[in-house]
Design a protein around this ligand. Structure first.
Ligand SMILES: CC(C)(COP(=O)(O)OP(=O)(O)OC[C@H]1O[C@@H](n2cnc3c(N)ncnc32)[C@H](O)[C@@H]1OP(=O)(O)O)[C@@H](O)C(=O)NCCC(=O)NCCS
Length: 220
């Protein structure tokens, strides 16, 4: 599901406050190699011009059902995309969102958060436009985003959390080789009910063994 900020706090403010480093220009990120190009699918930073594409899925109640958040409004997407312009890869506690571009539009996204710099831990989440699911795009993209976290950000372990009733989500996590590490009972109170969550994890060397063929595509 990805890292959840305090209500009403914008991502870039969280980053500025927790890192003490202020805002970073995207131009300072040259040492990270993006986009990740995977043939007909590429993973890249989101831009303000992606608003309509992003709203098409983040505004979809069926997509939001798998998340702690409510469907995005157009204003919510606008703010999210402005905030993303200030996020630096590797910044502590702030999701870096990579859009999945396919057939000339953003059809989904992955968020990757450094949740503990001291312990080289990260957390990943994802959302896809329902018109583009069922084709393996999320599977291909997630394998590469994990690789970006391990190879370029130097993470040792990346986790993911999903509601236990979100079978599409946990099947995707297992398809890329993530290990179910826990079942958290009544982990949150969402839309009027207590929800159970499965926790997943993968280590850097497990990614290399399974997805080593992607190393060139995700290297900096
Ligand atoms: C989670 C989510 C991204 C999964 O989408 P998905 O379509 O199941 O995943 P993929 O795009 O990888 O497609 C996998 C399907 O395509 C098939 N497929 C076709 N070509 C494939 C390929 N080259 N590689 C892998 N799978 C392929 C798979 O068999 C699978 O089909 P199945 O579900 O019938 O077994 C999507 O359901 C979603 O956006 N949900 C809403 C948001 C959400 O809940 N996010 C998670 C919060 S934790």
């Amino acid at each position: 599901m990805g890292f959840v900020p305090p209500a009403g706090v914008s991502w870039s403010r969280v980053g500025a406050e927790t890192s003490g480093e202020g805002r970073w220009a995207v131009a300072e990120e040259r040492r990270y190699r993006l986009p990740l190009v995977l043939g007909d699918l590429s993973l890249r930073r989101l831009r303000p011009g992606d608003a309509a594409d992003v709203l098409a899925y983040r505004g979809d109640p069926a997509v939001a059902r798998g998340q702690y958040w409510e469907p995005y409004t157009a204003e919510g997407v606008r703010v999210l995309l402005i905030d993303q312009g200030h996020v630096r890869p590797g910044m502590y506690g702030v999701p870096l969102i990579l859009g999945a571009e396919y057939e000339g539009r953003v059809v989904g996204d992955f968020d990757l958060t450094v949740s503990s710099p001291e312990h080289a831990q990260g957390e990943v989440g994802f959302n896809f436009n329902r018109g583009y699911t069922g084709r393996g795009l999320a599977t291909r993209g997630l394998a590469a985003v994990l690789g970006f976290g391990f190879v370029q950000l130097g993470l040792h372990r990346i986790t993911a959390a999903t509601f236990t009733d979100n079978e599409r989500s946990w099947r995707l996590l297992e398809r890329v080789g993530m290990r179910r590490e826990g079942h958290f009972v009544h982990d949150g109170f969402v839309r009027g009910r207590w929800v159970d969550v499965f926790g997943y994890g993968m280590l850097a060397d497990e990614w290399s063994s399974r997805h080593g063929g992607l190393a060139a595509a995700v290297r900096s």
